[in-house]
Design a protein around this ligand. Structure first.
Ligand code: ADP
Ligand code: MG
Length: 351
């Protein structure tokens, strides 16, 4: 059974709707990531689960127990939910040890010590026990905030843009570290972020949010390779659409030749004009390739280079290639395609 059930909830601020018909579930021990642009309703969703935001429709249950429904709200302090806030909100005048113990301060001192030491070991900060927050790096502060939220052993942990103030390298490393810590402690968590890498690194399941609704709830792999709509495809990852005409079962005629989707059939009749999504990792720089294109832009990314290429028709493609082979802007390249996971949307239906 799901530990957290958010069922068709709606929230408003005055006249404006922040969430509508918003549903998802998280199974015990799993991490869900809500990914979406700023203003999409991510923080509002967490506040509703915490009990700070009343809901106008629907229901929120934790471990089968109703927490919120219209006109009924279990107060935040009586919900088995912990929270890691965006700004971490550590108490500057308390040490690391005291910060972590704040939520369990009414328990016997010996129990507090045991919990704090155990958590410090898990987050790798035993040597920082007596320091004050200003004596820690951003990443260390983040781990203290996480340990503090875990100390009361909440059934559910919520993290709101936990790494937003950190630089990109640290963010990436912490996403994996925090995921491992959550898994090690058997936590069930919901993390919200507007960084795709973070959501994909941390979430067992990812929800794509825009304008107060969930557009798709799925594994990171499926979100990327099987977006359910054009909207999801354009919110997640990079890519371009090329035009194709559907022939029989999953075969398309396009300007890069006849391509075939091995994995699924399309219900549309032959002759339907479709937009086919090509991700940068679908397009290969391949001297044996049959399609020529001109390099019009390149962005070196260390391991890889992202090329923008133009086909003779003017259509642009993106290709991610190992940076060992270096092409110059203006050069002709031969392209091959690795179209394992084709995604195509009918032009007329718009989805
Ligand atoms: P996110 O966390 O995804 O950036 P929020 O949940 O903060 O999104 O906001 C969702 C929508 O609700 C936005 O349009 C935002 O402007 C609005 N909103 C958020 N908080 C308030 C508030 N306290 N009063 C009025 N409107 C708000
Ligand atoms: Mg927010």
């Amino acid at each position: 059974m799901a530990l957290l059930e958010v069922e068709r909830i709606s929230c408003t601020y005055g006249d404006s709707s922040a969430l509508h018909d918003f549903s998802f579930e998280v199974v015990q021990g799993e991490i869900a990531a809500l990914l979406g642009p700023s203003g999409g309703g991510k923080t509002t969703a967490l506040r509703a689960i915490l009990g700070f935001e009343p809901i106008l429709k629907g229901e929120i249950r934790i471990a089968g127990e109703v927490m919120s429904r219209p006109g009924f709200n279990v107060p935040p302090e009586r919900r088995p939910v912990g929270m890691v806030f965006q700004d971490r909100a550590l108490f500057p005048h308390l040490t690391v040890e005291q910060n972590i113990a704040i939520g369990i301060r009414r328990e016997p001192k010996a129990d507090q010590d045991r919990v704090v030491r155990n958590l410090l070991e898990i987050v790798g900060l035993e040597h920082c026990i007596s320091r004050f927050p200003h004596e820690l790096s951003g990443g260390q502060q983040e781990r203290v905030a996480l340990a503090r939220a875990l100390a009361p052993q909440p059934r559910l942990l919520l993290l709101d843009e936990p790494f937003a103030s950190l630089d990109i390298d640290l963010r990436e490393r912490l996403s994996f570290e925090v995921r491992n810590i959550l898994k090690e402690t058997g936590s069930t968590a919901v993390v919200v972020t507007h960084y795709q890498d973070e959501a994909f690194a941390m979430g067992d399941q990812v929800g794509i949010i825009e304008d107060g609704t969930i557009l798709q709830w799925d594994t990171p792999f499926n979100i990327y390779h099987r977006p359910v709509s054009r909207q999801v495809a354009s919110l997640v990852g990079r890519g371009v659409f090329i035009e194709g005409v559907l022939r029989e079962a999953g075969t398309f005629d396009t300007e890069i030749g006849r391509i075939r989707d091995e994995h699924h059939d399309y219900p549309h009749p032959p002759g339907t004009r479709m937009d086919i999504l090509l991700r940068p990792d679908d397009v290969l720089i391949d001297p044996e390739g049959k399609i020529s294109a001109t390099v019009i832009e390149k962005a070196f990314k260390g391991d890889d280079t992202l090329y923008t290429l133009r086909l003779p028709s003017g259509t642009r493609l993106l290709a991610l290639a190992s940076s060992h082979r270096d092409l110059e802007v203006g050069e002709e390249a031969q392209l091959g395609f690795d179209l394992e996971h084709l995604v195509a949307f009918s032009r007329s239906s718009g989805i």
